[in-house]
Design a protein around this ligand. Sequence first.
Ligand code: PGA
Length: 251
Amino acid sequence: MSAKKIVAGNWKMNKTLNDGLSLISSVIESDLPSDVLVIFGTPYIHLNEAKKLVGNKPNIGIAAQNCHHEDKGAYTGEISIEMLKSIGIEFVIVGHSERRQYFGETDQLVGIKVKKCLDNAITPIYCCGESLEIRESGNHISFVLNQLQESLGDLSNDEIQKVVIAYEPIWAIGTGKTASPEEAQEIHAAIRNHLSSSFNPSIANNISILYGGSCNAKNANTLFTKPDVDGGLIGGASLIAEDFLKIINSY
Ligand code: PGA
């Protein structure tokens, strides 16, 4: 077996409900490859309608872009895993660099959220990635492996194989500057080797490692040909049905 191919959209704070639903409709009504899991990461308030729209269509999933780490309580404005589960959500993007940067999420907190998802049978799409400064210092691999260790290091074999990893260099997110296929492959291979030695080789081979950061309809194809790139987490280009479809069909 090898890792599942996944193309996940992260809409961030974009799209009204109607615009979002019509984007999803255009994508799911198209001819989609049968071996790619397509995920729409919508704003919270669209999740319920989005889930109803896709129903139980095979290979289509809906993701929240965050969740709170506590089960319930006095956390004004927050959303719990139980609430997400109650509307059938199967995926949560956890630890996106924008959450880390603007909302102070640490590796430790991200690790708690990952565990909370797993305890509730929700698949976390765990994000990691370095800043430009770290990339330029040449320490990007050790930085990312340390993020992984801090957030995922305590998971069991059974748990880690249910995690999807998204490597997203911060310098590439929304900048139009993509990691080259070789740069992506280098770090994806390092992540897989790390998983292989921390857990075991067969688990490592089955974990999907997605690339994110200005991945688009033009460059997805060359990124996805790399052996350790199992798909993408797509921001800007997931907002336009035609572009997102091209990316989904890029294998
Ligand atoms: P981008 O965003 O594709 O717009 O660079 C990716 C992400 O932040 O997930």
